[in-house]
Design a protein around this ligand. Structure first.
Ligand code: TYD
Length: 268
């Protein structure tokens, strides 16, 4: 199977870059993991599952400061998220994309625009420019927004019994503005965004995410081929005519499934 090269913000890379966005407690990390498993199987590529803040060692320190440290103003908060993102892109995401991996991040630049601009009311343009500078312009090929009423998300978080972090404590009005900012942003760039109703079951959400991400990344023919093959060979044995590779082997050497970032700490 062949997966075409794509261009990310003018930089030619061989990988795919996907971000998950949404409020706290909407189920992003579960959906990101399920999509990663599926894309690893489908494409045979390395899948790097990561997150912000805290996808690197330095990022973990910044994460502790911004989520559990002392109170700070919105500018300091925005700069800490941007510093985490700059190092994340430079040390982890770009190298992975350059070696042909599928990179899936649980939050990226749009979190800053939704939370620090929408929620904290810094200027949207300022926050976006800060992140674009931090990442040297790297934007995802597809961004999945798991959209959920913040009240429902707060109820889901409450049952976990975990102490809320600084952002989770920001209040209902803050989270309402954050959701609105996400929806505005998604509406303004439908070529990048995929909006999914996160009130549905995990399985239903994942089914929609797979179809829409595959379409966005030009993988629909690969999916169709895999489905047809599974129907013709239900035992799981795949023929290998013309040197076609069996499932799990990549065409560009990226066969290992790398995983980093998300630890056991409270994830959505
Ligand atoms: P986390 O526990 O990772 O939340 P979630 O599982 O919901 O993603 O905490 C990250 C918090 O940081 C979350 O409240 C969103 C916030 N955040 C920002 O405010 N700006 C940002 O740029 C990023 C990446 C996250």
């Amino acid at each position: 199977m062949s997966v075409s090269r794509i261009s990310v913000a003018g930089v030619s890379t061989r990988g795919f870059f996907i971000s998950f966005e949404g409020g706290d407690g909407v189920g992003k990390s579960t959906q990101a993991r399920l999509l990663g498993d599926w894309l690893a199987e489908l494409t045979g590529r390395e899948v790097l599952l990561t997150r912000e803040p805290g996808g690197t060692d330095l990022g973990k320190e910044l994460r502790a400061a911004v989520l559990h440290g002392e109170e700070m103003g919105p500018r300091a908060e925005a700069l800490l998220y941007a510093a985490d993102r700059a190092h994340h892109v430079d040390s982890l995401i770009r190298p992975a994309l350059e070696r042909g991996a599928v990179v899936i991040t649980d939050r990226y630049l749009d979190s800053s625009v939704a939370y620090q601009a929408g929620g904290r009311t810094l200027g949207e343009g300022d926050v976006e420019r800060l992140s674009l500078w931090a990442t040297d312009g790297l934007l995802p090929d597809a961004t999945v927004l798991l959209d959920l009423d913040p009240g429902i998300a707060a109820e889901r978080r409450a049952v976990t019994g975990e102490a809320p972090d600084r952002l989770e404590r920001a209040g209902a009005e803050f989270h309402r503005r954050t959701r609105e900012a996400y929806l505005r942003r998604a509406g303004a760039d439908p070529g990048r965004w995929i909006v999914v109703d996160a009130a549905r079951s995990v399985e239903d959400i994942q089914a929609q995410v797979r179809v829409d991400v595959a379409a966005r990344l030009g993988l629909t023919p690969v999916v169709t081929e895999a489905v047809t093959e599974a129907a013709e060979h239900p035992s799981g044995e795949r023929p290998t005519p013309d040197g076609a590779r069996p499932s799990g082997e990549g065409e560009e050497g990226g066969v290992a499934r790398g995983e980093t970032g998300p630890g056991p700490e409270g994830r959505a």
